[in-house]
Design a protein around this ligand. Structure first.
Ligand code: G6P
Length: 619
């Protein structure tokens, strides 16, 4: 939600900020703006609409200085208009701010400023007023932006990464972080900050992530990081392990399509080098990227909670199947935003697995930290290296999918599915339910998944033809059982989020308890029907909806499609997975492609669907 970038120390700072905003636009895209600081004036250009509107405005009204900050917005307080777009400037024009997050006590702070004139309806603007007031209170010959920002931030409630410039400090950018991501960097005499490494990758791969409660003064001669007391601290430094090419479309019309096609490679990367020979002998064992929990502690786990949101939640549903199957531990899968507001029974024998592509989703982070407060071990299944969730967890399994830019998650999901299988095998091994050799054998079988996904991608022309046939349906219902159910949920989410078609998912067996009343002529039912333990039941459910007028598109496997062809209007045949729990990795791919083609046929903006943002850092 909202992307921030700041650059100081290069004459083409404005170009760098605009280029960075294009990489951050996935975080929010209802308005964008930029402010430059040449020590005499703060010059602001901001526009409602996609970043392109700002680019056009900058062509008409070029800005040039070596210091500036920029923002791309996902509106929370105040509609997406020019005046609510960031940056916001105090009335005297000496301090400007961009912000990601929500200042919860902004009304009280505004009231304190009496009859001050506010130019926007945002929660953010008040911080510029307050920092300007703090600067006024400092001695004229010793104005210190960092000290002023610290004084103001001490009074804020909510979640924020904030980025300020002021006429009093022409080469400086000062940032503050609390529960919203912020990266800082310094390279070749230029200082940078951004919400995400994607915005900085063109300039440097050496970055540092600020921790909550940290502040930074960014200047051409270096970056100074301090804590709430102003004491110098070391931020979390790391090197980004991907390059600029990974963050570009590389000839594909959309990031989503590129990312769908990257799945064979991404899955292979997630599976790579997962076996290690323990130093004290014995056969090879599965391992996670970082494990700061004693394996004996994991042996005494009696319950697992999986916490996640959106697509990651659907991966968690497969995680439940895998952990219960291989490790024999009961698992609850929880919407992270619900978990934290009830009274879940969590103790040191509960393992919490937090799944998140970004590692920055506020509800997932908050759920995981609640669990840690109860002394429950937390394992994060995360894509973004160095993200908040990865840093705060006791153990991390990275999905190694590379940067995912499209709002609709694809390769992050399939690699999360693989991560869930690995976690199931890992816990089965730790708890002695699986011999290391069994885990090794299953892992060896999983190595064929990338090739099988490649075969599914080759069905693209057939899937595009199905999209052509069905892109105007009134209502779409996705149904599945067992491994098919999480993919039914994910298929419906993909379709609704990028094509805006009304799509819902139900356990196939639940349809008769209500949802089947929705079925009529003109409805489409997408049925996940692989060969296996629930195939016969799925066939019955397909017949039930077909008898009520729905067209049925069945996603089957080599072992099931002969029979499906007798019952469904259209059948897609996927390869048999190397293990039934790996089936979802294959069956989601045609649904990703189907949604993609439906959305493009309907003329929708696939990579930036309305009302959504890729990383949700507000509640
Ligand atoms: C947003 C994105 C989804 C994503 C969800 C959770 O809603 O649009 O694609 O699944 O957040 O994000 P996370 O980064 O925690 O996986």
């Amino acid at each position: 939600m909202c992307g921030i970038i700041g650059i100081t120390g290069r004459p083409d700072a404005v170009d760098g900020i605009v280029a960075g905003l294009t990489r951050l636009e996935y975080r929010g895209y209802d308005s964008a703006g930029i402010v430059t600081n040449d020590g005499r004036d703060l010059r602001v250009v901001k526009r409602a609409g996609k970043l392109q509107q700002l680019v056009k405005a900058l062509e008409a009204q070029p800005l040039a200085t070596s210091t500036g900050i920029g923002h791309t917005r996902w509106a929370t307080h105040g509609e997406p208009t020019d005046r609510n777009a960031h940056p916001h400037v105090d009335p005297s024009g000496r301090v400007a701010v961009v912000h990601n997050g929500i200042i919860e006590n902004y009304q009280a702070l505004k009231a304190e400023l009496g009859d001050a004139r506010f130019a926007s309806e945002t929660d953010t603007e008040v911080t510029a007023h307050l920092v300007a007031r703090e600067l006024d209170r400092q001695p004229e010959d010793a104005r210190d932006l960092l000290a002023a920002v610290r004084a103001v931030v001490a009074r804020l409630q909510g979640a924020y990464s904030l980025c300020f410039v002021a006429l009093d400090a022409p080469d400086e950018i000062v940032v503050a972080k609390h529960e919203a991501p912020l990266i800082v960097a310094h390279a070749d005499g230029v200082g940078y900050c951004a919400s995400d490494v994607a915005a900085l990758i063109a300039h440097t791969r050496e970055v540092a992530a600020l921790l909550d409660g940290q502040f930074a003064r960014i200047a051409p001669d270096g970056v100074e990081v301090v804590d709430v007391h102003g004491e110098p601290v070391e931020p979390h430094r790391y090197e980004v392990d991907w390059d600029l090419a990974a963050a570009e479309k590389q000839g594909f019309p959309h990031f989503m399509l590129k990312e769908i096609h990257e799945q064979p490679q991404a899955i292979a990367d997630t599976l790579r080098d997962r076996l290690t020979v323990p130093p004290n002998g014995g056969g090879p064992r599965l391992y996670l990227d970082e494990l700061r929990i004693d394996e004996h502690e994991l042996g005494s786990i009696d319950k697992v909670f999986i916490l996640a949101c959106g697509t990651s939640l659907h991966a968690g549903m497969v995680g439940k199947l895998a952990i219960e199957h291989w490790a024999g531990i009961p698992v609850d899968v929880e919407v992270a935003s619900e978990f934290r507001y009830r009274d879940p029974i969590v103790d040191p024998h509960t393992l919490v697995i937090a799944i998140s592509q970004s590692g920055e989703t506020i509800d997932t982070i908050a759920g995981a930290s609640y669990a840690r407060d109860q002394r429950a071990p937390v394992i994060a299944l995360v894509n973004v290296v160095g993200s908040t969730l990865a840093r705060e967890a006791d153990g991390v399994l990275y999905t190694h999918a590379g940067p995912e830019v499209a709002v609709a998650s694809t390769k992050a999901f399939t690699t999360q599915l693989i991560g869930c299988l690995l976690l199931g095998l890992f816990l089965g091994q730790v708890r002695g339910r699986l011999f290391a050799s069994e885990a090794e054998d299953i892992l060896a079988r999983l190595q064929s998944v990338p090739e099988a996904v490649q075969q599914v991608l080759e069905l693209d022309a057939q899937i595009a033809a199905l999209a052509e046939r069905y892109h105007d349906v009134d209502y779409t219902m996705f149904i599945g059982r067992h491994t098919g159910l999480p993919i039914a949920y994910e298929g419906a989410l993909k379709l609704k989020e990028i094509s805006y078609l009304h799509a819902e998912a139900f356990p196939a067996g639940e349809m008769k308890h209500g949802p089947i009343a929705l079925i009529e002529q003109g409805s489409l039912v997408v049925a996940l029907a692989p060969a296996g333990r629930v195939f016969g039941k799925m066939v019955s459910n397909i017949q039930e909806v077909r008898a009520r007028g729905a067209a049925v598109l069945a996603i089957g496997t080599e072992g099931s499609t002969a029979e499906l062809k007798a019952h469904a209007d259209d059948v897609l045949t996927l390869p048999e997975p190397p293990h039934e729990l790996a089936g979802p990795v294959l069956s989601v791919v045609p649904l990703q492609l189907f949604s993609y083609h439906v959305a493009t046929l309907r003329g929708e903006d696939v990579d930036q669907p309305r009302n959504l943002a890729k990383t949700v850092t507000v509640e």
